[in-house]
Write a protein that binds this ligand. Structure first.
Ligand code: ATP
Ligand code: MG
Length: 790
């Protein structure tokens, strides 16, 4: 049993102070009736808006009827992932609240005046009827009755009423509406009726209902029609029906839900919870000294860890700290550099150890907690680091989430707020659409590899400037070499053309950031670059201590300037949720419920069934599923092997890289030494195809190194050789980029589209303008700046 599993079991089975009572109830829960479930839902379950509870409690205590439960909330919410919304029910909540309060008031009025009547309802229903009959029609009477009783009556009724055609159709519609209610599906999870079983359960409930229905219940339902009110009325009866009819399904689903429980993630790290940690949030915009100040504490500490969003930044800190006489090791997925006698380590955030004890930890770019893919790594670091003092550096977007997390963990939070050293100035003139207006110290930002090379070519063709390039597919060593070339004043490379890969933390001598465009492909479609990213990138201009302490920013085209200004003016948008992803042990526990499904299917099922607290989302894992799918045909890989292979750094859109990963996994599964089986060219690239080939080769070598650190080392015996090859390829890439003056190719080598044949740097028409026009037309939601599609 691994240490992680011990931690996990501790979490699941120990109802510690912060292991929410909900979880404890869930893991020990056997509902015997909707009354019990109702009590549980109303008292403990966070799906119900908390604001409703006092009122419900009030009505219950007034009537002294434990089973009278109103199932509040938005009955019309579609099933979202399995996020427990903490009362935020999304669309339509206002309508349902309005409706709810009216119902509520009706209920309470009736109960207040008929306290005696209702408390006697169980024994003497006819008396109750007499008292109420003058003021209520039969439908209303039905609506306030105890669902347990109603259900028992239905069950015992062997002569269901015959429905006329119109009523029959209405009842069908009501049940159809019920089966589509996200609210009912969500609430059903709490009695372990799973999403996939929910429609079947509703269908069986309908069959039962048609056989057994009584006149007053039918009349009431028909009067309500297909509506949220009907869903609320039916739901507790449905609960009663399910508990009686589907004990096996409930039992099975209960085990599955329990094993996919990602609620209260702070309890996954009991050792960190046992510590009294001091969290210092260095909060501010770019270039405000956040990392600098956190690093001061890091270097003063006896033992410290710095967690970086990028390998390149980890390397930068590693160099800086060692240069100042503090021995510091480096630990990234691909590289472990141990410096003798060092007590400090700079690592990438995914590699952080939650086992070691530290005096000071720094988690840089903490706002990345909300990153849809990688956010879980920051969340894990914050929740799990065993350090007396943890310094978080980032913008204010996750400040509130961090406050909530600290109140969950019991850590002490200190906030340090910073302002930019020098304000960022927008140049209103722009480059007037002409790259000949580029100046020394400019960084032109484009969002695709193709555009980057087009811009470089155009600038070098039409001006006397030479360009360095930085983009995501380049190895960190090459990016660093290009950054140094640009920072160094004694050469002709005075312009940088880069993608958003320069956006984080790097210290570059940039005078002005020029946006070539403000839209980018997000892997799915073209979208406007989100304001937060625009700010982050623009903030690269003018760094304290650099040649250009005053920062300027502008756009190539006048068209885009308004959007740039709008982005810079926008306040930081508060993030409500941060990423989470299960440990292997959690996936393994869940896998016990599905012995015969593929790993990819398993991940899918996990995503569909896992439960999360309102402050967390499950990180996107499409890329992981893609790798899982590819590896499916390989026999002999354990579940853990599959899980780990899926996290290997591979560009899933590069067939060559995917092929090599398949080959590595295949050799590993047969327990034979994994060879690299790849030659490297002798000289630098002479065209874009050769450059692309070098990029892929480096990625494959880098993947080999990553695997060698995550699997049995003896199966990857060529680490030394691969390291040398990686250095050579990075070197070749650097040399190739210096001479690069060719038209870029697509990695997939698709046929060029007609507009791609155009010469020079012409760009598509402004997507941002398009977006603004749409927004002005009020056809797009106001907050959709980052979601506009081409
Ligand atoms: N007190 C200081 N004394 C000297 N140099 C400083 C000081 N504070 C910051 N700097 C320098 O200013 C530059 C920007 O600082 P730093 O990298 O800490 O900013 P940041 O707020 O972390 O920015 P980003 O959000 O871009 O990461 C760095 O080169 C840093 O060395
Ligand atoms: Mg920083």
């Amino acid at each position: 049993m691994g240490r992680g599993l011990v931690t996990f079991l501790f979490r699941v089975y120990t109802p510690k102070k912060n292991v929410s009572r909900v979880k404890f109830m869930l893991s020990n829960r056997h509902f015997h009736s909707s009354r019990q479930f109702g009590n549980w839902v109303s008292d403990k379950h966070p799906v119900v808006p908390p604001s409703d509870v006092p009122r419900r409690e009030l009505s219950r205590s007034l009537i002294g009827l434990a089973g009278k439960v109103s199932y509040f909330g938005d009955a019309n919410v579609r099933p979202s992932s399995s996020v427990v919304e903490n009362g935020d029910d999304g669309d339509g909540v206002r309508d349902s609240n309005t409706e709810r309060s009216k119902d509520d008031e009706d209920d309470i009025d009736c109960f207040k005046e008929n306290d005696v009547c209702d408390s006697m309802a169980v024994e003497s229903e006819s008396e109750t009827d007499d008292i109420c009959s003058e003021r209520t029609v039969s439908g209303e009477r039905v609506s306030v009755r105890d669902p347990v009783e109603l259900y028992q009556e239905l069950r015992n009724n062997d002569n269901g009423v015959k429905l006329n055609r119109s009523d029959w159709e209405t009842i069908q519609e009501v049940f159809k509406y019920f089966s589509r209610s996200g609210w009912a599906a969500n609430q059903s999870l709490a009695i372990y009726i799973g999403r996939s079983f929910f429609p079947t359960a509703v269908h069986k409930f309908l069959t039962f209902f048609l056989k057994k229905c009584s006149a007053d219940v039918t009349e009431h339902l028909v009067s309500l029609g297909p509506s949220n009110a009907a869903v609320k009325f039916l739901f507790p009866i449905f609960v009663e029906f399910c508990i009686e009819e589907f004990p096996d399904e409930i039992k099975q689903f209960r085990s599955m839900i329990q094993s996919a429980d990602l609620t209260a993630p702070q309890t996954w790290f009991p050792f960190a919870r046992a510590m009294k940690r001091k969290i210092v949030y260095h909060c501010g915009p770019t270039n405000s000294g956040k990392t600098y100040n956190a690093l001061q504490r890091f270097m003063e500490a006896k033992k410290g860890i710095y967690c970086s969003p990028l390998r390149l930044l980890a390397m930068e800190v590693f160099d800086k700290v060692n240069a100042q006489g503090v021995y510091c090791s480096l630990h990234t997925g691909q590289e472990k550099k141990f410096v003798p006698f060092s007590n400090h380590v700079a690592c990438t955030v995914e590699m952080v150890s939650t086992e070691e004890l530290y005096d000071v930890a720094v988690i840089d770019e903490i706002q990345m907690m909300s990153d849809p893919y990688r956010g879980y790594a920051w969340t894990r670091a914050l929740l799990g680091l065993k350090a007396d003092e943890i310094h978080l550096c980032g913008d204010p977007t996750v400040l509130n989430v961090v406050r909530n997390i600290c109140s969950d963990t019991g850590d002490e939070l200190h906030e340090h707020h910073y302002g930019r050293f020098k304000p960022l100035v927008v140049e209103a003139k722009t480059l007037l659409g002409d790259l000949r207006n580029v100046r020394s110290g400019d960084c032109v930002v484009a969002f695709s590899r193709r555009e980057i090379f087009e811009v470089k070519m155009a600038i070098e063709k039409h001006t006397s400037h030479r360009c360095c390039v930085i983009y995501g597919a380049l190895p960190p060593e090459t990016r660093r070499q290009q950054a140094n070339l640009f920072n160094d004043q004694d050469n002709e490379f005075d312009v940088l053309v880069a993608s958003d890969a320069v956006g984080m933390g790097l210290n570059l001598n940039i005078r002005r950031v020029v946006f070539y465009s403000l839209s980018k492909y997000n892997g799915d479609k073209i979208v406007a670059v989100p304001a937060s990213q625009v700010k982050q990138i623009a903030g690269r201009a003018g760094r304290r201590g650099s040649r250009y302490p005053d920062g300027l920013t502008t756009t190539l085209h006048l068209d885009d300037l308004d959007y740039l200004i709008e982005c810079l003016k926008q306040p930081f948008e508060e993030v409500k949720r941060v990423g989470l992803f299960p440990f292997f042990e959690q996936v393994e526990l869940f896998a016990g419920q599905f012995p015969n499904v593929t790993f990819c299917q398993l991940l899918e099922n996990f995503g569909e069934n896992c439960r999360l607290d309102g402050s967390y989302f499950l990180c996107r894992h499409d890329h992981i599923k893609k790798v899982a799918n590819m590896l499916e045909k390989i026999q002999g890989l354990s579940l853990e092997d599959r899980f780990n292979f899926c996290f290997a750094p591979v560009n899933i859109r590069d067939p060559k890289a995917m092929y090599h990963l398949l080959r590595f996994a295949s050799a590993y599964s047969q327990n034979v030494p994994v060879s690299i089986a790849m030659g490297i060219p002798k000289g630098s690239a002479k065209n874009d195809a050769e450059l692309l080939d070098l990029e892929t080769k480096h990625q494959v070598l880098s993947m080999y190194l990553w695997l060698s650190h995550h699997f049995r080392e003896e199966t990857f015996p060529y680490v030394k050789k691969v390291e040398e090859m990686a250095v050579n390829v990075a070197d070749l890439l650097g040399k190739s980029l210096i001479n690069a003056c060719w038209k870029p190719e697509s990695r997939q080598r698709k046929k060029p589209k007609p507009e791609e044949k155009k010469e020079g740097y012409e760009r598509p028409r402004s997507l941002v303008k398009l977006h603004e026009k749409r927004r002005d037309d009020k056809s797009a939601p106001a907050d959709n700046a980052s979601k506009v599609t081409a």
